[in-house]
Design a protein around this ligand. Structure first.
Ligand code: HDE
Length: 739
């Protein structure tokens, strides 16, 4: 019997369907792996509450005070047609609570998705940091939230933007938050400009458009007037700005941190997350189509993968640098957050493994209410004087007081440390702890002197006693912060030709959306300082003259690690669309679908209607997508399941094709699917008379990455060819490369 394809997150037609309940019963138990830690009070003591019962308990509907309710569908009225009575407490409580269900969204990074997981230390960082969670084989629960930056909570996932990559480690020494991005540099060098850059990036204040886009005048006005933004902007315009999946993104701590070892010796370090699935991106047209076809694309992809057991993994790594008074490495200012240190100069050394293995049970309680802070540090990890980081250390707690309605958000289950807490913070909005004792101050004699302070030997967090340079109070940046172009040029030189084409297309697209020519001219001047070819190509696209490049251009060597291309990665978890209809050879469809599963990829059968193919055959094939609902953007590769060519009697000659009947035109939706997949450089396979579809879509069957077999017997070989191509993500040769 044919197994139903595992559409992650959805019950298949063969799983038992939910029955309409008729008797009161307990709420559904949490899904496996989703029950949270045992609830502890903010004093660190277990509350004794069943984790599953924190929100709901008992079979009967109650109001917030625990009164059972006989009816929740009718307001209390005088007779069935009479006035509603003000005394209806249930009505008022229900509506009042609903009226206050929303909290302010994050001022940046509003749109996000998150997952629980575990981090395992390798022990390799022991020579530079005393942090206990990095010790060998120590396992630490984590919660990771990915996000876009500019869009509102309801905006699309696949917009061109930086992505947040924030991880909360519930360590044995308290919470450590690594609040990073998928781009290793930032737009500005000093936090005081953060409101300005965000005001410029957010929608225009008059019409509130565009949503979640940088393609507008104020953004480009800002970044062309603050040329320190050139590096980050270039990364955004590269494929890094449109990741294929959260699971396929790198993450960066951006700032330089200071690590402290067991003897108190310090080392400067930058944090990196390296995804096991490789670093892959969408192409721009794909990203735009996905924004309409599936605005939740990244959120769904993360949740589906975890639900299907394909747990995403990243290695945490560090680049380390001597902690010298200059705080530079090979001439690179380590306090300048617009600079990277190329991996060729300082390799990323793996120090642990992150595995995300459980979806949140409740989006609001966890993903929305989680509160990260770059100042949540553990012994062994300290901050540097990066002026951007200094501002962040103030900002996060401040914004969270507004967003989470008061200063007690650390008591929310998702934010609670998994260690004992004994602070002297008291009262405030939404205080849920019942503090004992009378002396929340130190020293005291009334509460027996408790709580006691802890020095480094007792696990206390002691700031590294580093020298701070003396000087005059000034409002100015160090001279080294004035270099705005050498690393953008290095990034450009490190990209492969096809990646450069994408950068050119992205700048051209974004600037075409600007109205002011002076802004475009200013941006072109920044591009001229990166590279004359980049500048000329974008200028040509805009129909504007290219300014002369400055003399001399920065003399930098490429850093091959900056390119996403050139390596092979596992194809596991990739989504294979199998386009079939009633005329397709169903034996081949079954065989290929099983083969896709065997290779740990996800098969989705796309057919003219829902239900099954070959319903009368006794072994029907379940359909997951219809021609009307499928768009190519959902698939990493497409297989066209044809019928044997007329005259091919391997399975008996048939006279109809995938996507069309004999002599009938190919269904235009199938031609569109294939055409788009081809245009987006996806691997394309087919067998039997699939050639008719490629013809209808105008696809050259001899083009790179198109694998066609004559008959259905070759279907699994075709799949193997396609799977091989997926290890490089796309068929890059298909893109024209002119630069
Ligand atoms: Fe943030 N940032 N940020 N940021 N940031 C916030 O905190 C801020 C910066 C980052 O999933 C806010 O709770 C300032 C760099 C992530 O909940 C806010 C500056 C990096 C998230 C804030 C920066 C980040 C935030 C908004 C310039 C990468 C989402 C909501 C000095 C290293 C975390 C909130 C989540 C969120 C301030 C720059 C990463 C307003 C002032 C650089 C991943 O406090």
């Amino acid at each position: 019997m044919d197994q139903p394809a595992p559409i992650p997150g959805r019950p298949s037609s063969e799983e038992p369907q939910l029955q309409e309940p008729t008797e009161p019963r307990e709420p559904l138990p949490p899904k496996p792996g989703q029950s949270g830690p045992e609830p502890v009070s903010p004093t660190g003591r277990p509350t004794g509450a069943d984790p599953a019962a924190l929100a709901q308990g008992g079979a009967h509907l109650t109001d917030a005070q625990g009164h059972r309710l006989p009816d929740t569908d009718h307001s209390l009225t005088v007779g069935a047609r009479g006035p509603v009575l003000l005394r209806d407490h249930h009505l008022r409580e229900k509506i009042t609570h609903f009226d206050h269900e929303r909290i302010p969204e994050r001022v940046v990074h509003a749109r996000g998705a998150a997952a629980h997981g575990v981090f395992r230390g390798y022990g390799t960082a022991a020579s530079v940091t005393r942090a206990a969670f990095l010790e060998k084989d120590v396992e630490t629960p984590v919660f990771t939230r990915f996000s876009t930056v500019l869009g509102s909570r309801g905006s699309a996932d696949t917009v061109r933007d930086t992505r947040g990559f924030a991880t909360k480690f519930y360590t044995s020494e308290g919470v450590f938050d690594l609040v990073g991005n998928n781009i290793p540099v930032f737009f500005i060098q000093d936090a005081i400009k953060f409101p300005d850059v965000i005001h410029a990036g957010k929608p225009h204040p008059d019409r509130e458009i565009p949503q979640a886009q940088s393609a507008h005048d104020t953004f480009w006005d800002f970044v062309s007037l603050h040329t320190e933004a050139t590096h980050h902007t270039l990364w955004n315009m590269s494929d890094r700005g449109i990741p294929r999946s959260y699971r396929m993104m790198e993450g960066f701590g951006v700032h330089t941190f200071r690590l402290v070892d067991a003897r108190g010796a310090t080392t400067l370090a930058k944090f990196h997350w390296k995804p096991k699935l490789g670093v892959h991106s969408l192409v721009w047209e794909e990203a735009q189509l996905t924004g309409g076809a599936d605005p939740d694309f990244h959120r769904r992809d993360l949740a589906d993968a975890i639900e299907a057991g394909a747990f995403p993994q990243w290695e945490l790594g560090i680049q380390t640098f001597p902690d010298t008074p200059e705080q530079t490495f090979e001439g690179i200012d380590l306090l300048d957050p617009t600079k990277i240190v190329p991996e060729e100069l300082s390799p990323v050394q793996p120090i642990g493994l992150l595995t995300l293995n459980a979806n949140p049970t409740n989006f609001f309680a966890e993903t929305e209410q989680v509160a990260f802070h770059p100042g949540h540090l553990v012994p062994g990890i300290d901050v540097t004087d990066d002026p951007l980081l200094a501002g962040r250390l103030f900002s996060y707690i401040d914004t969270q007081i507004t967003r989470l309605g008061g200063p007690n958000f650390a008591q929310l289950p998702i934010n609670r440390p998994h260690t004992e807490v004994n602070d002297m913070l008291r009262d405030g909005m939404h205080q849920t702890a019942v503090h004992r004792g009378v002396a929340p101050y130190r020293p005291n004699s009334l509460d027996g002197g408790c709580p006691f302070t802890a020095g480094a030997d007792a696990g206390g967090y002691v700031e590294a006693p580093v020298e701070v340079p003396a000087g005059r109070k000034v409002r100015e940046a160090p001279a080294s912060f004035a270099d705005h172009y050498s690393q953008p040029r290095q990034f450009w030189l490190s990209l492969s030709p096809v990646e450069r084409e994408h950068v050119i297309a992205a700048y051209t697209f974004e600037l075409s959306k600007c109205y002011e020519n002076t802004i475009k001219e200013r941006v072109l001047r920044t591009l001229a300082a990166i590279d004359p070819v980049l500048c000329q190509e974008v200028a040509t696209g805009l129909g504007m003259p290219a300014p002369e490049p400055p003399e001399p251009l920065a003399d930098v060597a490429p850093s091959p690690a900056l390119s996403q291309l050139g390596r092979e990665w596992p194809a596991e978890g990739r989504i294979i669309g199998i386009v079939a209809d009633g005329n397709s050879d169903l034996d081949a469809v079954r065989a290929v679908r099983q083969a896709v599963l065997d290779r740990s990829m996800v098969p989705l059968v796309v057919a003219p209607t829902g239900g099954t193919l070959g319903a009368g055959s006794g072994d029907p094939v379940t359909v997951q997508r219809t021609f009307a609902a499928a768009r190519s953007v959902e698939f990493d590769a497409l297989l066209l399941a044809g019928a044997p060519e007329p005259g091919d009697d391997a399975h008996g000659a048939r006279d109809a094709k995938a996507g069309g009947g004999s002599g009938a035109p190919v269904d235009p939706r199938v031609a569109l699917l294939a055409g788009e997949a081809f245009r987006h450089a996806k691997a394309l396979g087919g067998w039997g008379d699939a050639r008719r579809v490629t013809e209808a879509a105008g696809i050259d069957p001899a083009a790179p990455g198109v694998i066609l077999a004559d008959g259905p017997d070759g279907a699994v070989d075709v799949l193997d060819g396609v799977a091989g191509l997926l290890t490089r993500h796309r068929v890059w040769d298909r893109f024209p490369a002119t630069v």
